[in-house]
Design a binder for this molecule. Structure first.
Ligand SMILES: [Mn+2]
Length: 245
């Protein structure tokens, strides 16, 4: 976990690897995909295509549509993708995985098996000399009481322990259905609402009033593509979902 006040200086060893990539919201394993394996293959093909010049890969959340790991059991699937992350880190490419609202229940499996560094909170990072505020971006700018309680509930070790006692067949089926249901009902992501209504934009503007302005804010979660200059120095990017955008 990284303190927001002190930017992390990412250290990059290989000089031939220059580019830093940010992707988010792949929602791997979502029941809405007609051909989930083909979709996973496309993600992996993309990762293959960037491998030769990739210095660091930042996954900004909702990488997997639903994940809950048990002490000795993890959800089925994702073998190509997780294997590819392992290949990246084995070759010295940094992989950072910021948890989103769909993949909050990553505990230590992803770090241990793939070598990716898991970040459970957004924060300030220094990447190639630029200060970047990175987060999945859910809850930013609209941390209502209900949201705070829900976050506390989802992150509570006691609740997680209790959930883990439900048989995985039942728990996983329920969670996937819930995810599909919320996609079907409230899940259509609205287009850009305007600077004065987008929570992440409002968060960034408020943040800049209270802290030194970073060079970039980079978020996922909204499933829209946005590239907005907040000042002459500061640029806000919302990644859009992968692979549609
Ligand atoms: Mn999200």
């Amino acid at each position: 976990m990284n303190e927001v006040s002190s930017p992390i200086e990412a250290t990059h060893s290989s000089s031939s690897h220059k580019a830093v990539y940010f992707i988010s919201d792949m929602h791997l394993g979502a029941t809405s995909f007609d051909h989930p394996l083909d979709y996973e293959r496309r993600v992996v093909r993309f990762l293959d295509s960037i491998k030769s010049d990739c210095q660091a890969l930042y996954l900004l959340g909702d990488v997997i549509d639903y994940w809950f790991e048990y002490k000795y059991v993890v959800p089925r699937g994702f073998t190509r993708f997780l294997g590819k992350l392992g290949e990246f880190t084995d070759q010295g490419i940094e992989v950072h995985w910021f948890t989103g609202n769909h993949d909050i229940w990553i505990f230590d499996y992803i770090e241990k098996e793939t070598g990716a560094q898991v970040h459970r909170q957004g924060g300030l990072y220094t990447i190639q000399g630029k200060t970047c505020y990175l987060a999945h971006g859910h809850g930013l700018g609209h941390d209502t009481v209900a949201f705070k309680w829900m976050t506390r509930f989802f992150n509570s070790p006691v609740c997680q322990r209790m959930f883990s006692w439900i048989h995985p067949n039942l728990a996983t089926a329920f969670a996937l259905r819930w995810s599909a249901h919320s996609r079907a009902t409230g899940g259509k992501y609205p287009n850009f609402l305007g600077e004065d209504k987008e929570h992440q934009v409002l968060f960034a503007k408020q943040y800049m009033k209270e802290h030194p302005a970073p060079d970039f804010f980079i978020f996922g979660h909204r499933h829209i593509m946005l590239d907005l200059m907040l000042s002459r120095q500061t640029r806000l990017v919302i990644l859009g979902d992968w692979i549609q955008q």
